[in-house]
Design a protein. Structure first.
Length: 134
C-alpha cells in the first residue's frame, strides 16, 4: 500500500474525537485517498478492531492504524496481541515510541511500524535501532 500519491489524508480521531465511525464517514465521497484509523486511547482499541470489516474503506489507497499512545507495562502484551488484526491487513501501525515499555514484544509482532516522533521524551535510539533491525 503506497502513500506517495495520497496528498490529502486525515486521522479519524482528528476529525471526530473518539468517534472513528463518524471520522471515516466525514471522508466518504471526498477526494481523500488516505486515512489513519485512530485508537489513540486504549479504550477505543477493541471497539475499532471489531468494527474494521464494517467500515467503508474502499476509497482509500492507503490506510494506517494509530495504536494507543498510553498503556501500562501490564497491558502492553495484550495490546500487541490485539493489533495482530491490523498486522494481518498489512497496514502500518503508528506507534509512539515513548509509550513502549518492552520493545521486544513489538519486534516479534511482525508488523510494520510508522514511528510517531515525540518531542518531550528522551529518545531511545538503541531500542529503536534493534527494533528496526528485526
Amino acid at each position: 500500500m503506497e502513500c506517495s500519491n495520497a496528498t490529502n489524508w486525515f486521522s479519524s480521531g482528528a476529525l471526530a474525537y473518539a468517534d472513528f465511525r463518524r471520522g471515516v464517514a466525514m471522508l466518504n465521497g471526498k477526494d481523500i485517498h488516505a486515512v489513519e484509523l485512530s485508537a489513540l486511547r486504549k479504550e477505543e482499541l477493541p471497539v475499532l478492531l471489531k468494527s474494521l470489516d464494517e467500515l467503508d474503506l474502499a476509497q482509500f489507497k492507503y490506510i494506517a492504524f494509530h495504536a494507543p499512545s498510553e498503556f501500562t507495562a501490564q497491558e502492553e502484551e495484550q495490546i500487541v496481541g490485539m493489533l495482530s488484526t491490523v498486522q494481518q491487513r498489512s497496514w502500518p501501525i503508528v506507534l509512539h515510541p515513548d509509550a513502549v515499555h518492552d520493545f521486544s514484544l513489538w519486534s516479534t509482532s511482525g508488523a510494520f511500524f510508522a514511528w510517531r516522533i515525540w518531542t518531550n521524551a528522551s529518545p531511545r535510539p538503541a531500542q529503536l535501532a534493534s527494533l528496526q533491525a528485526s
